[in-house]
Design a binder for this molecule. Structure first.
Ligand code: SAH
Ligand code: DHB
Ligand code: MG
Length: 220
């Protein structure tokens, strides 16, 4: 099926997300710098843009910047005066991201913070919160704690999006003790148990294989 998913991804991608010099340059720079090719796809980037636009988000938090590909999508969708705070643990990734964001002309709308997210998230409570949209895309082991922080840094109406919750279906593999899968399961259990959240999961297929997004909104 992968070949078909890739063909279909390219079909819609070519129509709806035609070549974009800055985004393409970011992916090339990531590759040249040896970053893993685990950015969101172009159609998924456009989905992030869609979420920013329909939610009217002005303050966005991203956990896991990599080379800033998804950050560019989020930042471009912001209204005038909006900001993205993005957290990245790896200084090399962060350097590449800073260069990509500069080249894309969005660095003036982005705060790129380097360090383990669990160390930097508490500093946002007084400075930058609350956020209108929160994109969780860092280490999967950390997802349960990131959800905790996302709630802390949110307000009623905040949209919380988490990438990679399906992981080729590993999420339902019996006895799978991969800590990343366990992180995603625990995350979903917490979503389910939290009365302040209404949540769903959207399974996805495409160039990056079979995966999915968790989507939640803060009710009160
Ligand atoms: N959002 C990016 C992809 C992120 S990949 C995009 O779609 O373009 C995941 C990133 O999370 C990697 O760069 C990794 O270094 C970072 N990461 C992993 N653990 C982290 C942590 N504890 N705190 C912050 N970032 C972390
Ligand atoms: C991985 C991480 C991601 O955020 C992703 O979208 C795909 C893969 C990974 O760590 O393997
Ligand atoms: Mg991801």
């Amino acid at each position: 099926m992968q070949e078909l998913w890739t063909q279909v991804d390219n079909y819609f991608g070519d129509l709806l997300v035609p070549e974009d010099e800055k985004l393409d340059a970011a992916l090339l720079a990531n590759e040249q710098a040896g970053l893993p090719p685990i950015d969101v796809t172009r159609l998924q980037g456009k989905f992030l843009e869609f979420l920013v636009r329909v939610s009217g988000a002005r303050r966005i938090l991203e956990i896991g910047a990599l080379g800033g590909y998804s950050t560019i999508w989020l930042a471009r969708a912001l209204p005038e005066g909006g900001r993205v705070v993005t957290l990245e643990v790896d200084p090399h990734h962060a350097r590449v991201a800073r260069a990509n964001l500069t080249n894309a002309g969005v660095l003036d709308r982005v705060d790129l913070t380097v360090g383990p997210a669990l160390d930097t998230l508490p500093t946002l409570e007084t400075n930058a919160a609350p956020f209108d949209l929160i994109f969780i895309d860092a280490d999967k082991e950390g997802y349960p704690e990131y959800l905790h922080w996302a709630l802390k840094l949110s307000h009623p109406g905040t949209v919380i999006v988490a990438d990679n919750v399906v992981r080729e279906g590993k999420v339902v593999e019996p006895g799978c003790n991969d800590p990343r899968v366990q992180g995603v399961r625990r995350f979903t259990e917490l979503l389910a148990a939290e009365p302040r959240l209404s949540a769903t999961v959207l399974q996805t297929v495409g160039i990056k294989g079979y995966d999915g997004f968790a989507l939640a909104v803060v009710l009160y």
